[in-house]
Design a protein around this ligand. Sequence first.
Ligand code: RP5
Length: 162
Amino acid sequence: MSKPLVGILMGSDSDLPVMEKAAEVLTQLGIGWEMDISSAHRLPDKTAVYARTARERGIEVLICGAGMAAHLAGVVASHTTLPVIGVPLKSGALAGVDALYATVQMPPGIPVATVAVDGGKNAGYLAASILSIKRPELADRLEQFRAATRQELEEKSSELQT
Ligand code: RP5
């Protein structure tokens, strides 16, 4: 496992079941990560310090998950030029639509790469793709994962046809 290259932040401990899926993907791919709870609204100073110091601590990609008025990814992106992946989370009366809009609709110049509602796994895979640009061994591992996925589906398809 590498030293932490990915920082995973979430707005509340209630977000953990989805956000730990990102960590699981990264672990499977041999990528080091760190994880913490922070909140754009409840812990604004901690969030700003975390984002501002991430690059100097060796973090290369940030994954931020939040529900409801989900400003965490956007606020983190406003404090760093590292790539930020936003995970809108299903929570509250609007069931993730609110978080999706809040996460994806960023003003020009402060981008957040938004994955699906509750898309913790894809946040992990996207972080791995970004890191693979300069790490051929990681690109190979991602290729192997895609090949295994193809093979699995082809086998299921064959079973259906027989
Ligand atoms: C957001 O509000 C969190 O990210 C969470 O998804 C949602 C509810 O938080 P809790 O009330 O469960 O702490 O800030």
